[in-house]
Design a binder for this molecule. Structure first.
Ligand code: FAD
Length: 277
């Protein structure tokens, strides 16, 4: 069972708990991006089972008429097994409903297959899919020139994976500078809208001034449990649509530890909760 401390970052183990959580979030003006936890599968069974679960989830989103979409990881849908398994599973998910589907971006070995898959479905669904790109990769500027020509949405993040120095920026200051420049490029070139995936107040302020300059519609996306009061403030204070990325499912343990390791404050918060003070 999900311990109370983990429920700060994970909406529950079941689909119903996740949908319930989104319903409450919607009442406060924030949309949900649901992600069933699971990644790097080596066989066929788990990717197919998670695809089935997503198809069921999409039905739940429609039944409850939620302001929600989903975000899936290529390795959850089987890209480590074969590109075609991933593509088949992704197509099943996209074809199952009219709900918007995001593709998370994993490490650089899967960037090409992820972008190709996005491109195909962006065309076929008239833009009802999105893809994430990472400011820390050297290639992203070029990838964005290709993506700017396509329908669909793009989420810019700093990048969560430790990539080789030959293909990535590895110091935080450079990644921040590239993120700023890339955001400006996107506000200028992606007239239909973009998604800003960050908790960084400086990047959010930058996005807000770029919106004032270019008027491009934008979403601010943050993780469940991270700077939540800021998320609610942004609903009131900005023209942006605010979305929360919401993981759920039984495979929550490693995700939870990742969130804790990210910030010392989270660790002490968890420690206090565990000792009950
Ligand atoms: P950081 O550079 O980590 O921090 C900058 C500043 O933000 C901090 O100094 C602090 O002021 C504030 N801050 C950050 N975290 C916290 C916190 N926990 N509590 C309080 N303040 C904080 N990465 C991928 O590689 N692929 C993906 O598909 C992907 N999808 C994502 C989707 C969403 C919605 C989000 C929010 C992130 C996603 N990421 C993804 C992760 C991303 O790449 C970064 O690793 C992660 O967001 C941390 O970078 P940051 O921009 O939030 O800020």
């Amino acid at each position: 069972m999900l311990p109370p401390i983990a429920s700060n970052f994970v909406a529950g183990e079941s689909q119903e708990a996740a949908l319930e959580y989104v319903e409450q979030l919607n009442e406060r003006g924030i949309g949900g991006i649901l992600n069933l936890l699971g990644e790097h599968y080596e066989g066929y069974d788990e990717p197919i089972a998670d695809t089935d679960a997503y198809v069921e989830l999409l039905d739940g989103i429609e039944r409850r008429d939620l302001d929600a979409c989903i975000s899936v990881k290529p390795s959850q849908l089987g890209v480590d097994v074969s590109d075609s398994l991933f593509e088949r599973n992704f197509a099943r998910i996209v074809d199952a409903s009219d709900t918007f589907v995001w593709l998370d971006m994993e490490d650089h070995t899967t960037t090409d297959v992820t972008l190709d898959c996005f491109e195909r479905h962006a065309g076929e669904t008239d833009g009802n899919v999105g893809v994430c790109v990472q400011a820390n990769l050297h290639r992203t500027g070029e990838d964005l020139q290709r993506l700017a020509e396509l329908p669909g949405k793009v989420r810019l993040v700093k990048g969560a994976y430790n990539e080789p120095a030959e293909i990535s920026y590895t110091d935080d200051a450079t990644v921040d500078a590239v993120y700023r420049d890339t955001l400006e490029y996107m506000f200028r070139e992606f007239e239909d809208g973009i998604a800003v995936g960050t908790h960084d107040p400086e990047m959010i302020d930058h996005a807000r001034s770029l919106y004032d300059e270019y008027g491009t519609p934008y979403e601010i996306q943050m993780l469940m449990g991270v700077r939540e009061s800021a998320q609610f403030d942004l609903v009131e204070e900005t023209e942006a649509d605010v979305y929360q990325y919401i993981p759920y499912g039984t495979k929550w343990l490693s995700y939870f530890y990742r969130r804790l390791r990210e910030r010392k404050k989270n660790v002490s918060f968890a420690a206090r909760a565990i000792v009950g003070s």
